[in-house]
Design a protein around this ligand. Structure first.
Ligand SMILES: Nc1ncnc2c1ncn2[C@@H]1O[C@H](COP(=O)(O)OP(=O)(O)OP(=O)(O)O)[C@@H](O)[C@H]1O
Ligand SMILES: [Mg+2]
Length: 370
């Protein structure tokens, strides 16, 4: 799919911006703090209605302005979709082809993106949270239902934890009130885990192939979803039953800790190279290559699931990779994947890329064609 154009009004440091994008490569060059990442963030908003870095949506409204808006035209399956998103101090409004959608899930998924930012190089080395975010971002844009289940799960989890923190309740024998929350937690949690298991199994295939290519056949990459639920036993019954049992058997413990010790919010992906855990035993370079393989696998998976390649957003990552990995990144997208790249410098990008690419210069919230 191709994002043809982008229009911003009062988004971050852009008062007004209108851009045509290359169907192949567009490069945004500029010094620090000029608004390069802001452009990619706005595109992420069109895809996911969620930013990868803003704590609150309202942070994206240009200081002093009443609201922000992001619009774009996406071409997919030979059809054009115009997407509009308006960020108000409280809440968002979205439209597809001019029609307002009341549910975010009717908006999300018209545009698919894979964002690769410097922090993604920590995907394997970093804490489990980074890998859960990876799962949630990708599953979220392919499945609105997943996003819904996740939001519900988090809400219920919060409420359950509030009760767990209130130790007087346990003393007063109010443990029974937990079971109401447990039921909902089990319902949404089991759905989330099932989807994630499926996803990791699929992405495993793609990432193993890619990793093998990058390492010239020397390394075998395997990914496995590690659920806190399934840690010790194989789950023979239904996931839901298993989850329910675990919540019950850990209830006393959970009250002591004041939080819920089991569920998808504690899960992880185990990444292995040649049967060794990369998080623990991998070298820095292996960890980065594994992260790169996983991100590139996302591109292939989206293509497999939705029938078209997503738009690839590379935020300042080329300079973080050595030449061999740069080459793999650029080669693997080739002509097939529309790619937007931000960088502080033009050298380091291959000359060929520059010839093919549309290059924009970003300066203090305005963008000019070079
Ligand atoms: N709501 C806002 N209103 C106005 N300006 C904002 C807002 N939010 C952020 N900014 C400005 O945007 C700038 C950052 O833009 P951005 O993160 O896109 O920079 P960048 O070009 O990616 O820089 P770097 O190369 O350091 O990553 C900040 O300096 C900040 O002043
Ligand atoms: Mg940036």
């Amino acid at each position: 799919m191709i994002l043809q154009s982008l229009e911003l009004k009062d988004f971050r440091n852009y008062e007004s911006l209108s851009l045509q994008l290359s169907p192949q490569v567009t490069i945004f060059v500029g010094q620090n703090a000029q608004g390069k990442t802001n452009v990619l963030e706005s595109i992420l908003m069109l895809a996911l209605a969620k930013s990868h870095r803003a704590g609150r949506d309202s942070e994206m409204i240009r200081w002093g302005a009443d609201f922000a808006s992001v619009s774009g035209v996406v071409e997919r399956n030979q059809r054009n979709y115009s997407l509009d998103l308006k960020i108000l101090p409280r809440g968002k409004k979205v439209r597809v082809n001019g029609l307002e959608k009341r549910k975010m899930s009717d908006f999300i998924g018209h545009l698919n993106v894979v964002l690769f930012a410097p922090e993604d190089l920590m995907l394997v080395k970093g804490a489990p949270q980074a890998r859960r975010r990876f799962l949630d971002m990708e599953l979220g844009q392919m499945s609105p239902q997943y996003l819904y289940n996740l939001a519900q799960y988090q809400k219920v989890l919060q409420q359950r934890n509030n009760i767990l923190k209130d130790s007087e309740r346990m003393d007063a024998g109010l443990v029974g009130t937990l079971s109401v929350w447990d039921e909902q937690l089990v319902e949404y949690g089991a759905k989330i885990i099932r989807k994630r298991l499926e996803f990791v199994e699929k992405i495993q295939q793609f990432s193993a192939d890619i990793h093998q290519r990058i390492t010239s056949g020397r390394e075998e990459l395997t990914l496995q979803y590690k659920s806190s639920l399934l840690e010790n036993e194989n789950c023979s019954g239904s996931l839901a039953d298993f989850f329910r049992e675990q919540l019950l058997s850990r209830q006393k413990d959970d009250f002591r800790r004041g939080s819920t010790s089991v569920g998808p919010h504690r899960d992880d992906i185990e990444v292995q190279i040649n049967q060794q855990n990369v998080h623990t035993f991998g070298s820095q370079g292996q960890q980065r290559t594994a992260a790169l393989s996983m991100k590139l696998a996302e591109i292939e998976l989206i293509r497999h699931e939705v029938g078209e390649y997503p738009v690839l957003l590379l935020d300042d990552v080329l300079s973080e990779l050595d030449e061999m990995r740069q080459l793999h990144l650029l080669e693997s997208m080739g002509e097939r994947v529309q790619t937007l790249i931000t960088t502080t410098m033009t050298y380091g990008l291959q000359e060929l890329m520059q010839e093919k690419a549309v290059v924009y210069r970003v300066m203090g919230g305005s963008i000019d064609r070079t």
